[in-house]
Design a protein around this ligand. Structure first.
Ligand code: GLU
Length: 303
């Protein structure tokens, strides 16, 4: 089947089904979105993108931003970051405090919230505006100059920041945050609230599909660093359901609580989906069903 036809078919199937799962509500502004939304896009390394459904409608990137923050931290701080954040699956919810206490403030990986806060702290050693730096990376890689923070979502999350603040203060106590917790939270929340479409997200993820090369042909990450980011997506990208994601989809991927998922077929294409209804672990139900169907029908997985 032609790729465009397959995406259209997947979108049609998702749109005609009853919306499954539950829209995230712990950030109140995220609950405002229509549960029946579904978009899917596929970007080839040369920048050509195809898509179906709501593939041009924006949603907040949420945890998928953690991939790009890690890319920037590796590009600008390099290997020393691994003394402050691990690269093992956590097996715990993304905002859990428990493991952090008995592992002395060193988060298991950069994709749980604690790990992402450390990455933001590391970026603050390089720039005093890490969320702007991340936004600018997304603007340039997607070619969409108007990508920006959705302030309604950011402010909504600032109003419900206690758990992330607790993670930050615990790590500061262990000496693993070097900047004031409010400053780290400010940039972390803003990076999560950047609004992108499936089309834009797929283009941005191509930096991994191209093994570390930017859209303009310059190198952002070494091939080995790009491999490592994708490896961490595979093992840690879907909260405490990374095993299930690998089992069903078979690709490095990263999900977010707004219902977005970005997955990479290294060397071939990036695929992104968005559908707001989440399962109990925070992954998009229709999004993962779609990726499962896509890799099953095309045989495009890393396995
Ligand atoms: N901004 C969200 C939080 O920190 C992101 C969570 C996610 O997408 O996993 O809770």
């Amino acid at each position: 089947m032609d790729m465009q036809d397959l995406l259209a078919d997947i979108a049609e199937e998702a749109k005609s089904a009853q919306p499954a799962g539950r829209v995230a509500h712990y950030i109140p502004a995220l609950a405002d979105v229509e549960p029946s939304r579904f978009g899917i896009a596929l970007a080839y390394p040369d920048g050509h993108v195809i898509g179906a459904g709501d593939w041009r409608r924006r949603f907040t990137i949420q945890s998928i931003s953690k991939v790009f923050a890690l890319v920037l931290a590796l590009a600008h701080r390099g290997d020393p970051i691994w003394s402050r954040v691990g690269r093992e699956p956590s097996g715990n919810p993304f905002n859990s405090l428990v493991q952090l206490e008995y592992e002395h403030g060193i988060p298991r990986n950069p994709f749980i919230n604690a790990g992402a806060l450390v990455v933001t702290d590391l970026l603050l050693e390089h720039t005093d505006q890490p969320s702007e730096m991340l936004r600018d990376l997304l603007r340039v890689e997607s070619g969409a100059d108007d990508i920006d923070v959705d302030m309604a979502v950011a402010e909504s999350e600032f109003g419900h920041i206690d758990r992330n603040a607790a993670l930050g203060h615990l790590m500061a106590d262990y000496g693993n945050l070097r900047h004031p917790v409010p400053q780290v939270l400010h940039h972390y929340v803003r990076q999560c609230a950047i609004a992108v479409s499936c089309e834009e997200l797929a283009r941005c993820g191509s930096v991994l599909t191209r093994h570390g090369m930017r859209a303009d042909g310059s190198r952002l990450l070494s091939r080995s660093e790009a491999k490592r980011v994708s490896a961490i997506m595979l093992t840690c990208g879907a909260y405490d359901a990374a095993g299930e994601f690998a089992f069903r989809v078979g690709l490095p991927g990263k999900s977010g609580v707004s219902g977005g998922v970005m997955a990479v077929v290294p060397g071939r294409f990036t695929i992104s989906v968005w559908s707001p209804g989440l399962d109990r672990r925070g992954n998009s139900v229709a999004g993962i069903d779609a990726l499962d169907r896509f890799t099953t029908e095309t045989g495009c997985s890393v396995f």
